[in-house]
Design a protein around this ligand. Structure first.
Ligand SMILES: Cc1ncc(COP(=O)(O)O)c(C=O)c1O
Length: 502
């Protein structure tokens, strides 16, 4: 007789135990929210110390729950960077909405697999409704547009450019490979985020066929150069396939002339992709929306809820004008181990057919719940406020004798540098190199100090400090504090580093 295995229940916590543990985690989260403004943005500990503090060998026996919670508390408060801190304004790193964090718990708790409809009926329909809302209501794309959530902007751009390649190459690249036709050209601006170069690489386009179109004084793609490059490449036997326009560059928040690039794409039969990973949500704000005129003409858009919709990582989004093209780019002909009985079921579409991911988490829940909990108007107000704060920061540094605003504020990004008031004026030998070195050290000291946190940009070859406000906790006081910290560190470092000839 077959031996019947006895139940093994070690991994299955009963509801009361689950509740107690989740309560313990919620206590840590509440503490974090209470203490956030008083905590350092980051604690300066080196890799050895952090590793010693957080890495624990996997034990053979369960770690007791009190110990586990203590471990989580230590990791949270002693060894984490805090991008949701009011004084964090670096990179393009959202703060993380509270409803989004709670939604993530439930999404993991239900654990639907949003690759297949039957495993995730509500999740699939929510993700599709959400991406349709983004495409059609937020960006003004036509019916038939929609998309999918991704891990972030890198994957959103990759997916969009894969759809572009397959739709516009002129032969069946999926079947015959990239070498079966002329070289395919992608047109980026020199300010485009590196993930588009990486996408071109992964799609087999080759760096030699990626053009970096020069920008104007406002860091916007030059349309005359784009037209000239496309014409030259056509003459040389290349097939121009896609232009990547920026709707919020990572360095300065520049928004390209989307209408003009859409005209070029229309005239040349090219795909228009818009990298709106950072800037996209600004279309919700009445005062910023006009900058994005023409975005509704895009064939695809990448935009990241985990940036300026403030929702927790990971959560990017790719939108396409024609969902069928997205399916064509990813749908496997036949998967023997997944058979769907269309005759006896009434199921919707499987999102695994529309993207490179097969299993997919319920990433949409945190985004959807955040939008429902806050409402569109609160988003519009806060996004507009972030941009106003960046303009305030720009004006503050512009008015001071010891700072220089490096370019007009774009969206919610201010780029500036510390310039000691008594430094010889522009043109002095070694001045610019010294300012690069000095500001690099200022940034590092700011980041190590924990009182504020900004990052950098390099503009026209010059190093500058950069604040990007996609943090709903940041206010004018926090930006005043950043400037004061930078000025204090700048003066001290200048006294230490200034070469005698200056
Ligand atoms: C304009 C732009 N595109 C793409 C990306 C990459 O997005 P992610 O980091 O979510 O992959 C970024 C990141 O900052 C960005 O600012």
């Amino acid at each position: 007789m077959a031996e019947r295995p006895e139940p093994v229940r070690d991994l299955d916590w009963d509801p009361a135990r689950a509740r107690t543990f989740v309560d313990g985690v919620a206590d840590i989260y509440e503490d974090l929210l209470i203490r956030l403004p008083e905590l350092p943005v980051i604690v300066d500990r080196g890799v050895g110390e952090v590793r010693a503090g957080v890495v624990v060998d996997v034990p053979d026996e369960p770690m007791p729950e009190v110990e586990l919670l203590e471990y989580l508390r230590r990791m949270t408060f002693d060894h984490s960077a805090l991008p949701g801190h009011p004084r964090f304004s670096a990179y393009v790193s959202g703060a993380g909405t509270v409803p989004g964090a709670a939604a993530d718990l439930l999404a993991s708790g239900i654990n639907m697999n949003v690759g297949g409809w039957r495993l995730s009926p509500s999740a699939t329909e929510i993700e599709m409704a959400l991406t349709r809302w983004f495409a059609q209501r937020m960006f003004g794309m036509p019916g038939g547009s929609g998309g999918a959530l991704t891990s972030g902007g890198a994957l959103a751009n990759l997916i969009a450019l894969k759809v572009a390649r397959d739709a516009r190459a002129g032969w069946d690249v999926r079947a015959d490979g990239i070498a079966a036709g002329p070289p395919l050209g992608f047109y980026l601006s020199s300010e485009t985020h590196v993930v588009s170069d990486r996408a071109a690489d992964m799609l087999g386009v080759g760096a030699a066929n990626v053009r970096h179109v020069p920008v104007d004084d406002g860091y916007r793609m030059r349309i005359d150069e784009l037209r000239a490059m496309v014409a030259r490449d056509r003459d040389d036997g290349m097939r121009p396939v896609a232009a990547v326009a920026n709707a919020g560059t990572v360095s300065t928040g520049a928004v390209d002339d989307l209408d003009a690039i859409a005209d070029v794409c229309r005239d040349e039969g090219m795909w228009l992709h818009v990298d709106a990973a950072y800037g996209g949500p600004a279309v919700l704000a009445d005062d910023l929306r006009p900058l994005f005129a023409g975005i509704e003409r895009a064939d695809s858009i990448a935009f990241d809820p985990h940036k300026w919709l403030y929702t927790p990582l990971p959560g990017g989004c790719v939108l396409v004008r024609d969902m069928e093209l997205m399916r064509h780019a990813f749908d496997p002909d036949h998967v023997a181990y997944i058979v769907k009985d269309e005759e006896h079921t009434d199921w919707g579409i499987d999102l695994s057919r529309y993207s490179p991911n097969f299993s997919r988490g319920f990433w949409a829940l945190k985004v959807w719940i955040s939008l429902l909990a806050h409402g569109r108007d609160a988003y519009a107000r806060r996004i507009s406020h972030d941009a106003a704060l960046a303009r305030y920061l720009g004006a503050v540094v512009d008015e001071r004798a010891d700072f220089e605003l490096m370019t007009p504020v774009g969206l919610s990004i201010a780029c500036f540098r510390y310039v000691p008031a008594n430094l010889p004026g522009p043109g002095a030998d070694g001045r610019e190199e010294y300012l690069d070195r000095l500001n690099q050290r200022i940034m590092t000291s700011i980041q190590l100090g924990g009182r504020a946190y900004c990052s950098n940009a390099v503009l026209g070859g010059r190093f500058c400090l950069r604040s990007c406000i996609v943090n709903f906790r940041t206010e004018a006081d926090d930006l005043d504090a950043l400037v004061e910290v930078a000025a204090e560190l700048g003066a001290a470092l200048d006294a230490e580093l200034r070469p005698p000839e200056l």
